[in-house]
Write a protein that binds this ligand. Structure first.
Ligand code: ZN
Length: 140
């Protein structure tokens, strides 16, 4: 694997509106806005913190994986995302090493990213995401 850094930390919340003030007003993180990601049935609020980001995830449907996570374990830490140059190359490389993946091909994430999740059974129960940014990045 070739990990460039921690891209973001995903936190499952029931309500963005109720959760945003803590991160924006109390912690004073840079609020980057809200985006809906229909493929994952979530609304996402992003905050900048140094080179990394905090990603709050609110389910938009009962079938959302985030709704299921909150049902099982309550709100809180959901996943760690590592930034990689090529999500598909890393998925191939992990698959060749016999690492079980949730996503055997990368899919669309927030902000035009390509993402893939490693199966928690292969990562000590820490849900692990690989995150590739579009090549025309750095808008801020
Ligand atoms: Zn994420």
């Amino acid at each position: 694997m070739s990990v460039k850094g921690i891209d973001h930390i995903g936190i499952a919340v029931k309500s963005l509106e109720e959760s945003i003030p803590f991160y924006r007003d109390i912690l004073g993180l840079k609020y980057l806005g809200i985006e809906e990601v229909p493929s994952q049935k979530v609304r996402v609020a992003m905050f900048g913190v140094g080179e990394a980001r905090i990603e709050l995830l609110e389910p938009t449907s009962e079938e959302s994986p985030i709704a299921k996570a909150i049902e099982k374990r309550g709100e809180g830490l959901h996943h760690i995302a590592y930034s990689v140059e090529s999500a598909s190359a890393e998925v191939d490389s992990l698959t060749r090493k016999g690492v079980r993946m949730i996503d055997t091909t990368p899919r669309e994430g927030a902000g035009g990213t390509r993402i893939a999740f490693v199966h928690p059974a292969a990562s000590g129960k820490v849900l692990t995401e690989l995150c590739e940014h579009p090549k025309v990045e750095k808008e801020n």
